[in-house]
Design a protein. Structure first.
Length: 205
């Protein structure tokens, strides 16, 4: 019977750091060996889950597209000040979900994202921002009662006279998050074979 040797824990094959000219490449190789396999596994599982969700939704007439974005911004003037300029590194992580349906009793689309903003130095300015665009219609009672709906969330300037920024990553007291919702139920039908009618009411907030 062959002897079985116990399995030893293997560490990344990272030689000791040599002179300064070779250190950077060695560090990159060691980090890659230690970190890359787990990351590949995590993203593989996430991708498989996304595919399964899309296949299920596709059979029901829905399209589901999740994704995530990461952005790094380096600025030499965080607060857009004429003096006391402050450099900052800004990290944005934005998971996003898009839904759409073109068939069935409910039709429309939804595009929602949640962005976490992290400042390397000025952590007190860390923030979470939402963005939403959604519109749709539903048939509540077949061929008679319907509902139209829409919603939005966006970042907007409070005053045209205040500080204006091109993106939403820089901290700005003149910016706020604005949300709106609109619902419009209505009925529609025919009087006999000679006239049509429609009655609608709308609610906005």
């Amino acid at each position: 019977m062959a002897a079985v040797r116990p399995m030893e824990d293997r560490q990344p094959d990272c030689p000791r750091l040599r002179p300064a000219l070779q250190r950077r490449s060695l560090v990159r190789r060691c980090v890659g060996q230690a970190v890359l396999p787990p990351l590949v596994g995590i993203f593989g599982v996430a991708a498989l889950g996304s595919v399964n969700a899309q296949e299920s939704a596709g059979r029901a007439g829905w399209s589901i597209v999740p994704d995530i974005g990461i952005r790094e911004t380096l600025t030499d003037n965080l607060h857009l000040a004429s003096s006391d300029r402050r450099a900052e590194l800004i990290t944005e992580v934005s998971p996003r979900l898009r839904l759409s349906s073109n068939t069935g009793l409910v039709r429309g689309f939804l595009d929602y994202s949640l962005t976490g903003i992290v400042y390397a130095r000025e952590s007190s300015s860390n923030a979470v921002q939402q963005a939403l665009r959604a519109t749709g219609s539903a048939e509540a009672i077949e061929k008679w009662a319907y509902i139209d709906a829409s919603a939005s969330i966006s970042q907007q300037n409070i005053s045209a006279l205040g500080t204006q920024t091109v993106g939403s990553s820089l901290p700005n007291d003149n910016r706020t998050e604005v949300a709106s919702v609109r619902l419009s139920p209505y009925v529609r039908g025919r009087f006999g074979g000679f006239a049509e009618y429609e009655a609608r009411v709308s609610f906005e907030a």
